[in-house]
Design a protein around this ligand. Structure first.
Ligand SMILES: Cc1cc2nc3c(=O)[nH]c(=O)nc-3n(C[C@H](O)[C@H](O)[C@H](O)COP(=O)(O)OP(=O)(O)OC[C@H]3O[C@@H](n4cnc5c(N)ncnc54)[C@H](O)[C@@H]3O)c2cc1C
Ligand code: SF4
Length: 312
């Protein structure tokens, strides 16, 4: 396995990506040679996240940015990928590790030649519950009497290391604190995420990409205030991909120890409120549900801050 710190040379690309713009660098290689890219997009009509297959940069751009909600993959995506491979074209399939494993299994069962399949997994902390997300976003639209037309789950205006989640109706912006508090306190992930078999050092795709959180300490010359990625090249196909994108990047080889973080060693631990949140989700009306849990998690946040202050 080879390990790199990297960010895109084009500042605008880093700015619109959640991390250092590796997804755009990789997908450009495929789209510019007439090949295809699969990734997750946000559907504003249903407020859901789903996978699509793209053959142009316009639809690929909709895949940019992390969406902290489980992405739905319909059978049509698998069939489309299968057909593209049968035509002899290449596919870059991106998604969280369990989704990479699923497409590989599908193609194996169907006995499809995967020479032209390249896989890029997004290091994954866990997929947020689509049901809870819907509660928050629908209640925001109802209470504010707006139609949300853009969401950035990882807005970097306060810097890549201090991301905020912002929704907009085109005129006004809304900070989505409640959902992010629940997501990042590990209280609303899918049940399988707490025993994720892909949260370990052994990787299952050609490349793995994620945030190089410790870059300031481990490779300070690679720090970019808008985002630095790490890349793991796990296979010869991964090495081929890295060499195809390296001209568009500032890139440096580092060690696995440098980039190591929780979901490269163990699954996320279940949050202390998860069972009660899910019970309330089933029994409480939206208003009561969000009000209660915004208060509980707000108090948790306050206590956390106080503890940090006292320990200084
Ligand atoms: C649910 C989730 C959890 C994450 N957890 C971590 C983590 O614990 N540690 C870490 O270092 N990085 C994590 N990341 C990854 C990180 O935030 C960046 O998305 C990643 O480094 C790629 O950044 P980029 O700048 O190259 O491209 P970006 O443009 O930011 O990323 C776009 C890519 O993300 C994929 N994607 C976006 N949302 C989803 C989704 N819901 N399901 C599947 N694929 C999706 C797209 O298909 C595309 O391939 C997570 C991302 C997601 C979506
Ligand atoms: S944590 Fe594991 S099981 Fe959960 S979405 Fe990520 S890869 Fe899939």
């Amino acid at each position: 396995m080879k390990v790199y710190a990297a960010f895109h040379k084009d500042d605008a690309v880093v700015k619109k990506s959640s991390s250092g713009g590796m997804f755009i660098a990789l997908s450009d290689v495929f789209l510019e040679s007439g090949d295809a890219v699969a990734g997750a997009v946000y559907d504003y009509s249903t407020h859901t996240v789903k996978h699509i297959v793209c053959d142009n940069k316009e639809s690929r751009d909709c895949c940019c940015g992390s969406k902290y909600v489980q992405s739905y993959i319909g059978k049509n995506v698998y069939v489309e990928v299968e057909n593209i491979l049968k035509e002899g074209r290449r596919v870059l399939y991106t998604g969280v590790p369990c989704q990479i494993s699923a497409i590989k299994k599908y193609l194996e069962v169907k006995r499809i030649d995967t020479t032209n399949l390249f896989t890029c997994e997004i290091l994954c902390h866990g997929a947020g519950s689509p049901g809870i997300w819907n509660r928050f976003i629908n209640s925001l639209e109802k209470n504010k009497k707006v139609k949300i037309s853009s969401i950035n789950f990882k807005d970097k205006r306060k810097g890549w290391l201090n991301p905020i989640c912002i929704a907009s109706d085109g005129n006004k912006e809304f900070f989505l604190r409640g959902y992010t508090w629940m997501y990042f306190s590990d209280n609303i992930l899918r049940p399988s995420c707490y025993s994720c078999r892909y949260s370990c050092e052994t990787r299952f795709s050609d490349v793995t990409i994620g945030d190089f959180w410790k870059v300031k300490k481990k490779a300070p010359d690679m720090y970019n205030s808008k985002g630095t990625s790490f890349i793991l090249s796990n296979t010869p196909k991964g090495d081929e991909l890295i060499s195809a994108i390296s001209d568009s990047l500032k890139i440096k080889e580092v060690s696995f120890e440098d980039v190591k973080q929780n979901n490269l060693t163990r699954p996320t631990v279940k949050g202390k409120h998860r069972d009660r949140i899910m019970k309330d989700y089933a029994s409480k009306k939206t208003g009561a549900f969000t009000a209660k849990w915004m208060t509980v998690l707000g108090v948790d946040k306050g206590l956390e801050k106080l503890k940090k202050k006292l320990s200084r």
